[in-house]
Design a binder for this molecule. Structure first.
Ligand SMILES: [Zn+2]
Ligand SMILES: [Zn+2]
Length: 344
């Protein structure tokens, strides 16, 4: 029996009568993580990993009807044994394990293999059927170790500061921003953040994740000499906006897995592209799929066709699942609401 099927509202578990990351409002939702395309408003009931509660409430409202489980803690619902397991994607991100009638299914949500210190590392879960994302499901996507990317960012920041130029780094404000803050060398200069980033920093800090001290960029005057030595973390939506006028001479960069593609940096019109993704690369996806031991793999958002074909060639029963999940590396970031000027 299929423990998860695709319905117009989202991925649905028939025996459990709940949806996983539904894109239309439903009664019972199980949420893998708080990125906007996976966690939407309007559901009557939310179930999520406890580590993600702060972010979910910050983004969907303090008053949502939210029930949480610690990673690994089982919940029996209509005979379906459900539990969350770390996905290593962003704070609180989880894979959903479902067991019913001797069958085990795991829905991955979004995941990343390399541990980054800002969330619980990805944990492979054995199952019969694995539902995997495929955002970067093409053989060209192979990430460098993140330490190397952080070294590049540090080097760029150091060179800019020596030339009295502000360094403005664009990235998605939830997850990527905190990962960068956690990974860079904070001794190089002051770190300023956009108003969309700071409330999320606060939730990470409250969860015990170390982030270096940050200053709300809106409070710093253009004439302040510290601006020249600063690194500024801002969402892509701030690029080209009036918000940028506070910086005199600056160099800008963009951190995203898409920077792997020639042309993306140019299209974005930024000086530097840093290839840093919160998703598994091609070898990572294949490794994760193999670790589950699953014979059946359902592929969601990304390069679905290519990954399905590759898995079939490996002898697996692979199929595509059409979903309405977006791309949290760039596209969603670009339309992220501008909460620019004031902190809530
Ligand atoms: Zn995501
Ligand atoms: Zn996603």
């Amino acid at each position: 029996m299929d423990l998860v099927i695709a319905r117009p509202e989202g991925l649905y578990c028939p025996p459990g009568d709940f949806y996983i990351d539904p894109w239309r409002p439903v009664e019972r939702s199980v949420i893998t993580h708080a990125h906007g395309d996976h966690a939407r408003t309007g559901n009557q009931h939310y179930l999520a990993a406890a580590a993600g509660a702060g972010i979910l409430r910050a983004r969907l409202g303090q008053d949502i009807d939210l029930q949480t489980l610690a990673y690994g803690e089982p919940l029996l619902h209509h005979g379906v044994k459900l539990s969350f397991h770390p996905a290593g994607h962003v704070l609180g991100s989880a894979q959903v394990r479902m067991e019913y009638g001797g069958e085990v299914w795991v829905a991955s949500g979004d995941y990343k293999i390399e541990p980054d210190g800002t969330c619980a590392p990805f944990e492979p879960v054995r199952c019969d059927t694995f539902i995997t994302e495929s955002t970067f499901g093409l053989p060209i996507y192979r990430w460098q170790p993140q330490a190397q990317v952080f070294a590049e960012i540090n080097q760029w920041w150091r060179a800019n500061a020596a030339a009295d130029k502000t360094s403005v780094l664009f990235c998605y404000s939830f997850g990527k921003a905190q990962r960068i803050l956690h990974g860079i060398d904070a001794s190089l200069g002051p770190i300023l953040v956009h108003g969309a980033v700071e409330p999320l920093n606060r939730v990470y800090r409250e969860s015990g994740i170390y982030l270096p001290p940050t200053i709300y960029a809106g409070e710093v005057k253009k004439s302040d000499p510290m601006m020249r030595k600063a690194l500024v973390i801002a969402p892509p939506s701030a690029g080209g906006s009036t918000w940028m006028r506070r910086f005199g001479d600056y160099s800008d960069g963009f951190a995203s897995g898409w920077m792997r593609l020639r042309g993306t940096r140019r299209r974005r019109g930024v000086d530097r592209g840093f290839v840093l993704s919160d998703h598994a690369d091609w070898p990572g996806l294949l490794w994760a799929i193999e670790q589950t031991g699953a014979e059946r793999v359902m592929v969601t958002h990304g390069s679905v066709g290519v990954l399905v074909r590759h898995l079939r060639e490996q002898g697996l029963d692979a199929q595509s699942f059409s979903t309405e999940y977006g791309d949290d590396e760039e596209e969603n970031a670009a339309v992220e609401p501008e909460r620019a000027e004031v902190l809530p």
